[in-house]
Design a protein around this ligand. Sequence first.
Ligand code: SF4
Length: 668
Amino acid sequence: MLTLNDTVSLQDAITSYHYSQSLTEYIRRKTITVKIGDIPLGSEYPIRVQSMTTVDTMNTEGSIEQVIRMVESGCEYVRITAPSVKEAQNLENIRKGLRARGYTVPLIADIHFTPNAAELAARIVEKVRINPGNYADKKRFELIDYTEDEYQRELDRIREKFIPLLKICKEYGTAMRIGTNHGSLSDRIMSRYGDSPLGMVESALEFLRICEEFNYYDVVLSMKSSNPLVMVEAYRLLVNRLDAEGLKPYPLHLGVTEAGEGEDGRIKSAVGIGTLLEDGLGDTVRVSLTEDPEFEAPVAVALIGRYTNRAVETTPIRPITASPIHPFQYSRRKTKEVFNFGGGNVPRVIADLSAIEVTQYEDLRSVGHFYLPVPDKWKMNDIGVDFIYTGARPSTFMLPMGLKEIVDYEVWKTATNQEHQFPLFTLAEFEQATERSTTLNFIKIDAATQLTQEQIAGVPVVLLLQTDNAHAMPALRRFMVDLIDKGMDCPVVIQRTYSTENSDELSLFAATDCGGLLVDGLGDGIMLSAQYAAEVDNEERLKYAKQQNSIAFGILQAGRTRMSKTEYISCPSCGRTLFDLQETTALIRKRTDHLKGVKIGIMGCIVNGPGEMADADYGYVGIGKDKIALYRGQQVVKKSVVANNAVDELINIIKEDGKWFEPEAIEL
Ligand code: SF4
């Protein structure tokens, strides 16, 4: 009998770390073509963009209008929820209405718990999405000791429910996504594989094996989670398991669920989706933001756009034949502690102010340090930087205690206050220098350099790693793999420079480049730099530095390496949503965004909400008109609260747990 102690471990399941054709060259994973209406999906075609409506599916005209707005914003497929047979039936009216207005966009029915709605929708639309965690199962949050026979009986039960849908899809030429969500794994999967990427993968494979048995191959797969690390590991493991089992290379639909809104939502999405795109994985992208769906497609388009010419723009990178990084299980690269970098320290943030005049206390507000004349003290907010790099123009005043300064070596060597500043060398300067800091030295290093231990031996060094290679993340990763292979344990700060023209691109690209490394446990800090046009004045540059700082901390938070803000896991909303998600999220954020590190789930419905916010400390879930259920972790603590009182009640629960404190009276 298989007991809970015998749950299948990752090490039992995998025989190799393979998941990408190349860790150094951009090669898109070869996948089969899946026909979805007139827009085929797979590696023979461009990476597709899609999103999901938020209007009630029974609102035919509203749905049509929204689908059109989504198509105009860049969506190539549109998903619509079908919670029951009546909504599934109404997909026909929506489809007809769109066709009548000249829109042939393929529609996808989103199904949870209702095989009969799926079977109807599969006759109407181009694709159905099923969630393997709840297609044939209702979650009871039970851990069960299955015997082999009992487990097999469970699989037989799935077959019975799933085969009718398969047959309809085959008959009607309808495609299918088997879309696993981390938050809604079945009790069966949880009992045997745990709440893990392996469980997510197996959840989809149980259904996929049945598809192949029936020679049905129009399948797309996804492995979503609100935690980008879990999501990345699950997709990589999926590719590995497909190859290991000899299953077909099905196209991948990439997405981070419940990413939230605004900058945080974009950063979280980019850390997850961008990391996979860098390694050539992904055939279609859906960005889930708690915003109107027409704002999601442009984010997906920007993420995907970086790879159109990537293969030809890349400067060759030395191949990695055997990577020392475990791609399916997070572990941080072991480094020695140098000053407050590496070792057990959180990754540090360095603000690059080298192209900005820092002449007054006020200038440091942009990087989270605030001087208060009364009571003559410095304060710092949750995203106060650890270091500023001022290059050749050091600050003209004494910095607050919590903030350190890095200057160019040429400036440092003649400085009178060397103990308050740390030098930044080029490698050549470092090797020739007669004087170095006894505490902390930075060396600017290009990722193509093959550094040896001898070059930095005996000196407290932190590397500031940069690259001009268009295939940046893999180039930076290559350098760090080299350090690991050589047993070199000096901390490394990731430094990236972006143009100031497009702020959305700054957050998306920085999150992809730095986040992709953090996901693999690489990087002991971030420094984001800017290329300013000459006409950009100092005030504008300070504003930009503020934005960079917020993005740097956001990336560390999304990479789960340094929590500096409240984490909101808010669903993107759909036709099931029971309250105005954007308004409610804004309200909850207003009252709680000083609760650093606390994770709050805000979910539009009880059907999927509790599962989807599996990662949250507290949950706010719609259960009916003006009725909210409040959760502590996975437990409902208030079953039916009137919406008007729900935020107060949520705060009361946080207070009961001793996790509440009043926001600072001073506006920082
Ligand atoms: S949790 Fe949100 S997005 Fe998911 S089904 Fe419910 S309302 Fe829709």
